[in-house]
Design a protein around this ligand. Structure first.
Ligand SMILES: [Zn+2]
Length: 237
């Protein structure tokens, strides 16, 4: 096979029509354990895809607005993170939401965002308070945690420190995370996927997680872009 021709598995992130009978595709290709590669390709013309075989279509994503929103967000993130995303993570997420109801999709998105942040290496340490070292003491029984009644806070500072209620000034601005929200993130990060998937969560904790994770993911995108810019400008010198 010539070097100009190669074959790869890929995830189609978006398709666009342009010109007559031309379609441009944004593709995500698995690369290595550090992430994927984004490729802008053309179907039927120019630098082109000469053949393809569809392995999984996930057509039910289009049946529901919440699924479409979740899938669009995942696709946009893969592009904005310039492929710095785990191949299996994004594929399992898309397959999962294609079979889930709206409520399950909303929670799956929270777990997905947290895992993307962890994969980027930019996740704050949530296991204990940065000042007093009070930590999450979990057994396998998540309903019987010894931290009942304590709230944890994430503070958007340079150090991205997480503090317990006792160490937080009342007027300090930041993201409040309830015990339940902390446990959810902990379970997503350290326990087998089934455990966090089956954990019930209140509307209040969902709302906290959403604000916290959307803030963090935006930060992650900005940092990845900044690192990429620095790396590329060094290479241009
Ligand atoms: Zn503390």
């Amino acid at each position: 096979m010539s070097k100009r021709t190669w074959t790869s598995e890929c995830l189609v992130l978006s398709l666009r029509n342009f010109g007559e009978a031309n379609r441009s595709a944004t593709l995500l290709l698995p690369e290595n354990e550090n992430g994927c590669q984004i490729v802008q390709a053309t179907l039927y013309g120019g630098p082109k895809i000469s053949d393809f075989k569809v392995k999984e279509f996930r057509s039910s994503i289009r049946d529901n607005l919440t699924r479409i929103w979740c899938a669009s967000l995942a696709s946009e993130l893969a592009v904005k993170l310039e492929g710095n995303i785990d191949w299996n993570l994004i594929n399992y997420f898309l397959t999962g939401i294609s079979r889930s109801d709206e409520n399950q999709c909303r929670l799956a998105l929270m777990r997905f965002l947290w895992r993307v942040i962890i994969f980027s290496g930019l996740a704050p340490e949530l296991n204990s308070c940065a000042y007093c070292d009070e930590g999450i003491r979990l057994n396998n029984d998540l309903n019987n945690s010894s931290r009942a009644g304590k709230s944890y806070f994430y503070l958007p500072t340079e150090n991205a420190a997480v503090l317990c209620s006792a160490c937080t000034q009342k007027n300090e601005s930041g993201f409040k995370l309830s015990e339940e929200a902390c446990l959810y993130l902990y379970a997503t990060q350290y326990l087998e996927p089934k455990i966090s998937r089956d954990m019930p969560i209140s509307e209040g904790s969902y709302s906290e997680l959403k604000q916290f994770l959307f803030y963090l993911i935006q930060n992650t995108v900005n940092k990845v872009k900044a690192i990429s810019f620095l790396f590329n400008s060094k290479h241009r010198q």
